[in-house]
Design a protein around this ligand. Sequence first.
Ligand SMILES: [Zn+2]
Ligand SMILES: [Zn+2]
Length: 213
Amino acid sequence: MLTKITVGSLETNCYVLSDDETSDAVIIDPGADGDMIIEHIKQLGLKPGLILNTHGHFDHIGANAAVKDEFDIDLMIHGNDVMLLSEAKSHAAGFGFPGTPSPGPNHTFKDGETITLGSMKLTVVHTPGHTPGCVCFYKEDEALLVTGDTLFAGSVGRTDLPGGSFPTLIDSLRTKIMPFDDNVRVLPGHGPGSTIGHEKRTNPYLVELREEG
Ligand SMILES: [Zn+2]
Ligand SMILES: [Zn+2]
């Protein structure tokens, strides 16, 4: 089962992926509103086993501490974004928001790594550009791609924040996102969902890459 909870001032999408048989659950980007996320998980009777972050920005990690404390589970993020976890307060202040720093990760993952929880398998796809440690999570059996702030419906993540790089982002889109099949569902960090096919046809950044290829 896939559920989405939209949290915080920047309306970040927190996704909960769970195994229908065992109720094992992965929580992706608990960005804020920890109480709401915890309540949601308890109401569904899920057994949370892992917290994953698509990247280290404050609006994606703000409830890491609350959710980790409540369920006593591991936290994972790409190594390149670990520094951002402790900088959430100052980063958020730059946007005029309070920020909650995150505890450090129990594990830092790398491109291509498979994360397993019960029978669930997610592949880490490193897509730097918005931040150096941005990743997408691909669940092959359900053709789901959680894209964080790398790819949105109709747009891509900004690259003007510290550590961001537009050429790096375009390279990630070209080499990591374009190869996905059209039927793969896109679950972005903000805003509505989409599919890879729809984005290849309508997202100006992907249209341009399709035309050059
Ligand atoms: Zn971000
Ligand atoms: Zn964001």
